[in-house]
Design a protein around this ligand. Structure first.
Ligand code: MG
Length: 156
């Protein structure tokens, strides 16, 4: 099965920027109920999507005070657990981040390691790519950040 996930969060000055579990030095960061990690949120939706198990908002409503400021790795752990309890395993994960700044290159390896560890995958099965929006639109104006994730899940 293939799963796809997308997430977007608003960026504002003086907020933390946490992407793929990495705290990235930046003048702006995400505005969110949780830690606003768009990579992990899109990953959760991709994993849930592969098994048609709903979406992140159903599993972790942003009206629930339990998830206020929550580290998003626990959302990923929950989704990975659901994959396992469905007698499936994750084959690979492929992420694309879209943001104007800062440059993500120095942090990509750490993001891959974090995702690999959470998903129980070797690094070679986890891709993290990043691109800009060529200064166009709200991502280009540094008002937001996008993440897209696709994954393959297989019955065991
Ligand atoms: Mg989100």
């Amino acid at each position: 099965m293939v799963g796809f996930g997308f997430d977007v969060h608003r960026l504002e000055p003086g907020r933390p920027l946490i992407l793929g579990g990495v705290d990235i030095p930046s003048p702006h960061g995400t505005v969110a109920h949780s830690d606003g990690d768009v990579v992990f949120h899109a990953l959760v939706d991709a994993l849930l999507g592969a098994l048609a198990l709903g979406d992140i908002g159903e599993h972790f409503p942003d009206t629930d005070p339990r998830w206020k400021g929550a580290a998003s790795n626990q959302f990923v752990e929950h989704a990975v657990q659901l994959v396992r309890s469905s007698d499936c395993r994750i084959v690979n994960v492929d992420c694309t981040l879209v943001l104007e700044s800062p440059k993500i290159l120095p942090y990509k390896q750490q993001m891959r390691e974090n995702i690999a560890q959470l998903c129980g995958l070797p690094m070679e099965r986890v891709a993290v790519k990043a691109t800009t929006s060529e200064r166009m639109g709200y991502v280009g104006r540094k008002e937001g950040v996008h993440a897209f994730v696709i994954c393959e899940v297989q019955s065991v």
